[in-house]
Write a protein that binds this ligand. Structure first.
Ligand SMILES: CC(C)(COP(=O)(O)OP(=O)(O)OC[C@H]1O[C@@H](n2cnc3c(N)ncnc32)[C@H](O)[C@@H]1OP(=O)(O)O)[C@@H](O)C(=O)NCCC(=O)NCCS
Length: 161
């Protein structure tokens, strides 16, 4: 599989696997194509929006890294990054999420981010397990959600030219 930037031609297929996630009760946000474009592929706060493509061209997952802007809906500190990950149900537990995060981390370093927030439903063990596995740690909880933070250390900061 290969990781690349998402493009508008991917929208229909992304929308389709998001609908599969929703049908399985693993997603509550909209999954239509307009939402995919406005919130994922072409959001004005995007740092990187990546997809994983299988050898036959099938899209297996999507990860979005955005700047947390003033007044963002998740209450994340402005200037942090915010991440979202969505893997096609039939491609779960094959390393798609890990491959996406490697690309996202490169983008985060290039952007000079210091912290990335992942806010996950409190009753979503796979999401909680995934973010913990790639290095996020819980810093805030409430009844319905858990917020985890990935800290980019000085050793991973971009080299000053
Ligand atoms: C959570 C999600 C992104 C994980 O993606 P994935 O491609 O299956 O993850 P990977 O195969 O790269 O797994 C990486 C690690 O995450 C953890 N993990 C993944 N799926 C898990 C599960 N179902 N239960 C517990 N831990 C899990 C494991 O530690 C795993 O490492 P291992 O397989 O070596 O044990 C995917 O299941 C998904 O899209 N779920 C629905 C949407 C969602 O919950 N998004 C995230 C929260 S908003």
């Amino acid at each position: 599989m290969k990781v690349r930037d998402a493009v508008l031609a991917d929208v229909e297929e992304i929308s389709s696997f998001l609908q599969e996630l929703a049908a399985l009760g693993k997603r509550s946000l909209p999954s239509d194509e307009t939402y995919v474009i406005s919130q994922y592929i072409a959001h004005s706060d995007n740092i990187r929006c990546s997809v994983v493509e299988d050898v036959d061209g099938t899209l297996l997952g999507l990860q979005v890294l955005k700047w947390a802007s003033e007044g963002n809906t998740y209450g994340v500190t402005p200037g942090w990054g915010m991440i979202g990950t969505h893997v096609r149900p039939s491609a779960g537990r094959r390393g798609v999420g890990r491959a996406l995060f490697a690309a996202t981390l490169d983008a985060a370093r290039q952007a000079g981010l210091e912290k990335i927030d992942a806010t996950i439903g409190a009753s979503n063990p796979e999401g909680l397990g995934y973010y913990e596995a790639v290095g996020f740690r819980t810093y805030k909880t409430n009844e319905s959600s858990v917020s985890k933070c990935f800290e980019l250390t000085e050793a991973t900061a971009p080299v000053q030219k």
